[in-house]
Design a protein around this ligand. Structure first.
Ligand code: NAD
Length: 479
């Protein structure tokens, strides 16, 4: 059994309760470790440590903070293989994906904000008879809460800008995938991050997460997770006037116009549907195809999907690994049943995959393609967050925009067309925070990241993140 610990005030510590939760390896469906079942007492200690370390950390020069953070990034790089294996085992994702995407991105997050802070500047406004200058200064203890789908990637996406801006942090990774956050705490100790600057408390959302959100000494909360959880967090943090960043669910449209580069659209759509077993908030789960190429695209897409290999995460030839948990697998399967009840036809997948030997109890699902559903049925409106996509034909641009915009979500969208004018025109009418044209998941960390409607509040990335993690003060001086 691998037992992990909290990271509080620079030390790896047992939870106050002395109790531990089971941690599952989804590839075999068995418990392989234990994680602290922390509670409000551990959060209290973590906030205390973060408060105490704030004056010193926030008054360090940007260069000093940057140096430690770059050391952490270097250590992540040096431990790439170990971290990738841990991420894959904890989450079920293919090892090659963790090695190519998750872990390198975690190191990039640290490096990006460690260098970004050196170039962060604020404005001044000269007016008749006076000059204004604006300052952006660290706030205090930031609460950072992240989900299970891209564990270290999203955890560091919050922690790095918070620390770079001079805040101290109390962070909670998902209890479903806590392992790489624990390994990060060891790397922070090795890098010489001062005690109390980053504290990581493991445990359940309603206990640990809630205790962070409602703590009066945590004035800002950065949360990524489900829309229902975000709503609850907003209800707690709102009346306390906390600064709040919410990155929530999605139900993203992938729009294929007849004048697209067919092969590119096809190849990338397979990826944008099933990467990470469809468990990326940016996956395009509703594919809209212009009717004149509907049959051709559908047949070619289904053929490719049937050739995807569902296999053990460590197997380098696997395209899809296991989904994250047994309950998540059941949830996805229940949506496939719902799709059938709603009149959908399963063109590929639609069931659990049982692998041989030690993997026979793992949580594997076949990549699933469904057609014949109304755009406004539940399957097409609710987030499934698994390897399931629907295909829907359209005739007119206005029609596809209406269908694409019809969900309560507005995170991302993808458009495939060779017409420049059509690409810009449709991009401007989609109610989504992130739009890709003729590509998917191409990320520049300087760009604003976040969603409209129930996909979130605020934006992360680049200056947006540094602005979120600082307090703005304007000083007006009479000349
Ligand atoms: P979740 O909302 O169940 O959990 C997210 C985190 O919140 C976990 O650490 C959890 O322990 C914690 N939590 C749960 N209850 C809490 C409470 N009452 N107070 C404080 N914290 C609490 O989400 P999940 O199932 O881990 O992740 C999947 C969801 O995340 C999907 O909806 C997906 O779309 C979304 N997501 C969004 C983005 C984005 O950038 N918009 C990125 C990745 C995932």
């Amino acid at each position: 059994m691998e037992r992990i610990l909290n990271y509080i005030n620079g030390k790896l510590t047992e939870p106050a309760s002395g109790q531990y939760l089971e941690n599952f390896d989804p590839s075999v469906g068995q418990v392989y470790g234990e994680i602290p079942d922390s509670d409000q007492r551990d959060v209290e200690k973590a906030v205390e440590a973060a408060k105490e370390s704030f004056p010193e950390w926030s008054s360090k020069s940007n260069e000093e903070r940057s140096r430690v953070m770059i050391k952490i990034a270097d250590l992540i790089d040096e431990n790439l293989e170990r971290l990738a294996k841990a991420e894959s085992k904890d989450n079920g994702k293919p090892l090659k994906l963790a090695r190519a995407v998750d872990i390198p991105r975690a190191s990039s997050n640290f490096r990006f904000f460690a260098t970004g802070i050196l170039h962060f500047a604020s404005e001044s406004h000269l007016m008749d008879g006076a000059i204004n200058y604006t300052t952006r200064t660290p706030i205090g203890v930031a609460g950072c809460i992240s989900p299970w789908n891209l564990p270290l990637y999203l955890f560091t996406w919050k922690i790095a800008p918070a620390l770079a801006a001079g805040n101290t942090v109390v962070a909670k990774p998902s209890e479903i995938t806590p392992m790489t956050a624990f390994l990060l705490s060891e790397l922070c100790i090795e890098a010489g991050l001062p005690a109390g600057v980053l504290n990581i408390v493991h445990g359940l959302g309603p206990k640990v997460g809630q205790a962070i959100v409602e703590h009066q000494d945590v004035p800002l909360i950065s949360f990524t997770g489900g829309t229902a959880t975000g709503k609850g967090i907003a209800a707690t943090a709102g009346p306390m006037f906390k600064k709040l960043s919410l990155e929530l669910g999605g139900k993203n449209p992938n729009i294929i116009f007849a004048d697209c580069d067919f092969d590119k659209a096809l190849r990338t759509s397979v990826q944008s549907s099933f990467a990470n077993q469809g468990q990326i908030c940016l996956c395009g789960s509703r594919i809209f195809i212009e009717r004149s190429i509907y049959d051709k695209f559908r047949d070619a897409f289904v053929e490719r999907v049937k050739n995807l290999k569902v296999g053990a995460p460590m197997d380098e030839t696997s395209n899809l690994g296991a989904v994250v948990s047994s309950s998540h697998m059941e949830k996805v399967l229940s949506y496939i049943e719902l799709a059938k009840e709603e009149g959908g036809t399963i063109l590929a997948g639609g069931e659990r995959v049982v692998l041989d030997g030690e993997f026979s109890n793992g949580y594997y699902l076949a990549p699933t393609v469904i057609e014949g559903l109304d755009y406004n049925c539940r399957t097409n409106q609710e987030e499934i967050f698994g390897p399931v996509v629907t295909l829907t034909p359209f005739d007119e641009e206005a029609e596809v925009l209406q269908m694409a915009n019809s969900t309560p979500y507005g995170l991302s969208a993808t458009i495939w067309t060779e017409s420049l004018t059509k690409a810009h025109r449709t991009a401007h009418q989609l109610k989504c925070g992130i739009i890709w044209v003729n590509c998917w998941l191409v990320r520049d960390l300087r760009t604003p990241f976040g969603g409209m409607k129930q996909s979130g509040v605020g934006r992360e990335g680049g200056w947006e993140a540094l602005k979120f993690f600082t307090e703005t003060r304007n000083v007006c001086v009479k000349l």
